[in-house]
Design a protein around this ligand. Structure first.
Ligand code: DAT
Length: 180
């Protein structure tokens, strides 16, 4: 049976990962389950400690990978997380890095109620292309795409292009199954 792809949606917090992942899960031509990795870490206790000052969890990477391995191996998932280099190279078929103008990102994180230091840290990370660099150095260039996520027009265009990618992927993998 043809597997469905594994799509990683990554980017600095606030760039629109969850918004994209939810919409993609609804509109995808093949069934895709949205996994919000940050929520999974909290729900299943896949962390070592909670850092009050930074309001963030120190992830237990081994536990997280053990939890995700069967899901990624089965395929048909969207992994939504602000970092990606932890995921083994064999997992993703497509890695989408969302990008956003840093002033817009600042406003989004302020609205989210992040402490100033955390806003500054993320804002700087977006300017320095930290997540994009991480994706480029962890996966083959042909599966990494950077997409702008500043307005709803970007969101719609991005979902349309990822949907097209999925259709092409499906066609290619179906013909592989037929031995052609
Ligand atoms: P993330 O999951 O990367 O932290 P999010 O999906 O929660 O980000 O989005 C943060 C906020 O920004 C949320 O209020 C939705 C808004 N947003 C994100 N991308 C957008 C886009 N392309 N167009 C309009 N709003 C967007």
């Amino acid at each position: 049976m043809t597997k469905s792809p594994v799509i990683v949606i990554t980017g600095t917090p606030g760039t629109g990962k969850t918004t994209h992942a939810q919409m993609l899960a609804e509109e995808s031509p093949v069934p895709l389950k949205h996994i919000n990795v940050g929520d999974l870490i909290k729900e299943k206790g896949l962390y070592e400690e909670y850092d009050e000052e930074w309001q963030s969890y120190t992830v237990d990477e081994d536990k997280l990978l053990d939890e995700l391995e069967p899901l990624a191996s089965a395929g048909g998932v969207i992994l939504d997380w602000h970092t990606c280099d932890l995921f083994p190279e064999r997992w993703p078929d497509l890695v989408v890095v969302l990008r956003c103008d840093h002033t817009k990102l600042w406003d989004r994180l302020e609205k989210r109620g992040y402490p100033l230091r955390k806003i500054q840290e993320n804002n700087e990370a977006e300017i320095m292309e930290v997540v994009a660099d991480e994706a480029r150095s962890s996966y083959p260039a042909e599966i990494v795409v950077e997409l702008k996520s500043e307005g709803t027009d970007d969101l719609e265009a991005n979902i349309a292009s990822i949907t097209e990618w999925i259709k092409a992927w499906k066609e290619q993998h179906t013909s592989d199954d037929n031995g052609s």
